[in-house]
Ligand binder design. Sequence first.
Ligand SMILES: [Cu+2]
Length: 122
Amino acid sequence: MRTLVATLAGLACLIALAGPAPAAEPATLNLTLVNIEYEGTKIWVPGTIVVKKGTKVTLKLINNVKAEPNQHGFAIPGYNVAAIVNRGESQTVEFTADKAGVFPFICQLHPAHVGGELVVLE
Ligand SMILES: [Cu+2]
């Protein structure tokens, strides 16, 4: 009997210590985007990024365009994200995708440069 009481007390203690379940870790996405030139067109690839709302997004940006200029931009205006990427010097941008929707990304330096879309699912 004494053992049973001690065991029950121990269990009660464990349950009290456990408390409410801890909040789930936010989802993360680590992705590399590469800027290339294909048949005369500069393109960020991949052209579509899909995440769920709340995801912590880290994008490594590599400028592999051999032609001049040696500098291209990467910007997601809807998320106030912008970077200038020199050939041979990768950049990293980080943000939390905290609003759902479709947000274009562009090279803010060259309007003809092909960008893509960040899709944030509800
Ligand atoms: Cu560009």
